[in-house]
Each structure stands twice: as structure tokens, then as C-alpha cells.
Design a protein around this ligand. Structure first.
Ligand code: ZN
Length: 64
């Protein structure tokens, strides 16, 4: 895979297929597609495999 090809950390779809959003975590930059952005927001623990340490982040308090 070429270095300049960016993919969603969750589903590995490339920016050729879906729009990708850039975010930063522990000094590194990652991409995620809008489909999976809610996982990062609501269930970050599901991304702990890709982003070690996220399992420590609980869901927002008071969020339904
Ligand atoms: Zn995705």
C-alpha cells in the first residue's frame, strides 16, 4: 500500500472511497471515516485495539 494512501482506522476504506477525517492521538495522526466517527465519540473502547489507551476512556457522563 502506498504511503500516501490514507485509510479509516476502523474499516480500512481509503480516501478514494469515503471522505476521511483527520484526528490526533498521542502525537500521531489518524484518519477515520464519517461512518465510524460515532464509534470514536460514543464507544472509544472499540478502537482500543488500534489506539491503545482508548479503553480507559469511558462513555461521556450523562450521555444517553
Ligand atoms: Zn470507517
Amino acid at each position: 500500500m502506498p504511503e500516501y494512501s490514507f485509510t479509516c482506522i476502523y474499516c480500512d476504506q481509503s480516501d478514494q472511497i469515503v471522505p476521511l477525517l483527520l484526528f490526533q492521538y498521542q502525537g500521531k495522526q489518524y484518519w477515520i471515516c464519517p461512518q465510524h466517527l460515532p464509534i470514536l465519540i460514543h464507544k472509544p473502547g472499540q478502537l482500543a485495539e488500534k489506539l491503545p489507551g482508548l479503553e480507559r476512556i469511558g462513555p461521556p457522563i450523562g450521555h444517553p
